[in-house]
Design a protein around this ligand. Structure first.
Ligand SMILES: [Ca+2]
Ligand SMILES: [Ca+2]
Ligand SMILES: [Ca+2]
Length: 226
C-alpha cells in the first residue's frame, strides 16, 4: 500500500512536470530598456506551502530560488527576451511540485541624450572649455559622440574639449550622441564670440562710429552685437 502511494505521488509529480510547462501569459510584457518591468507571479492553484520562485530573465541573469518572488526586472539593452519562471511548492498530499511558466518580454531601444553645458560669452582667440555629458537608459548600449563647433570643425575625442573661435559671431555648438541601436540625441549651446577687450582695430563694416568724447575728440568705437 505504501509503495502504491509512493508510486502515485511520483506519477503526480511527473504529470505535474510534464503538464506544468505552459505559457501562462498570452500577451508579451513590453517596455523600454532601463525601465523596471513587472512580471506576473505564477499561481498554480492549490494549497502549496514552502513556495519558491525562480525567475530566469533571458538575458543571462536569474533571481535564484526565492521564498518571495522577485518579479520585476530591468534590461540594459533592447531585445526580445524569453523569461522562464519556475514555481515550486510542497503539495498538501505530501510531495514537491514544480511548475514552469514562460513569458515573452519585448524591450524597446531608447534614444540617448546629450547635455552640451551652458551657453557662454567668449572672445576671439580665447580658449573655451566645454563640459558635455551623455547618457542612455540602456546601460549596455555603446555610445559615441561628436562636437560640432559650427565653424567647420568637429571633434569626438573628449566630452570636455577646448576650442578657440577665430572670428566674431554666434556659434551654435552641438553635441550629438549615437547608441549602437540607431538612437540619436543632441544638445546645442550658443557661444557668443566677440572681439577681445582692448582690441579696437577697425574691421570694415562691422564697426560704427558712436561719437566723440573728450577735448581731443577721441573716437569711441563699438561693435554691433550679432
Ligand atoms: Ca539599446
Ligand atoms: Ca539606447
Ligand atoms: Ca545595444
Amino acid at each position: 500500500m505504501r509503495a502504491h502511494k509512493l508510486a502515485l505521488a511520483i506519477m503526480v509529480v511527473l504529470v505535474a512536470q510534464v503538464f506544468g510547462a505552459y505559457d501562462a501569459w498570452s500577451s508579451p510584457i513590453s517596455g523600454d530598456e532601463g525601465d523596471t518591468l513587472l512580471f506576473p507571479v505564477p499561481d498554480p492553484g492549490g494549497s502549496y506551502t514552502n513556495e519558491r520562485w525562480n525567475y530566469s530573465w533571458g538575458d543571462g541573469t536569474s533571481t535564484g530560488w526565492q521564498s518571495t518572488p522577485v518579479n520585476s526586472h530591468a534590461y540594459g539593452d533592447n531585445g526580445d527576451y524569453a523569461v522562464h519562471v519556475q514555481h515550486m511548492g510542497w503539495h498538501p498530499f505530501g510531495y514537491w511540485e514544480l511548475h514552469d511558466y514562460y513569458y515573452d518580454a519585448t524591450v524597446a531601444n531608447v534614444d540617448p541624450s546629450a547635455n552640451a553645458g551652458p551657453d557662454q560669452d567668449v572672445t576671439v582667440g580665447q580658449l573655451v572649455l566645454f563640459g558635455g555629458s551623455i547618457s542612455d537608459p540602456g546601460w549596455l548600449d555603446t555610445l559615441h559622440y561628436e562636437w560640432d563647433f559650427d565653424d567647420g570643425t568637429t571633434t569626438g575625442a573628449s566630452l570636455s574639449p577646448t576650442h578657440t573661435f577665430a572670428g566674431v559671431g554666434i556659434y551654435d555648438v552641438t553635441l550629438t550622441v549615437w547608441d549602437d541601436d540607431g538612437g540619436v540625441g543632441s544638445d546645442t549651446v550658443v557661444i557668443r564670440c566677440s572681439e577681445a577687450q582692448g582690441d579696437d582695430s577697425p574691421e570694415s563694416s562691422t564697426w560704427v562710429l558712436l561719437g566723440f568724447t573728450g577735448v581731443v575728440g577721441r573716437v569711441v568705437r563699438r561693435r554691433w552685437g550679432r
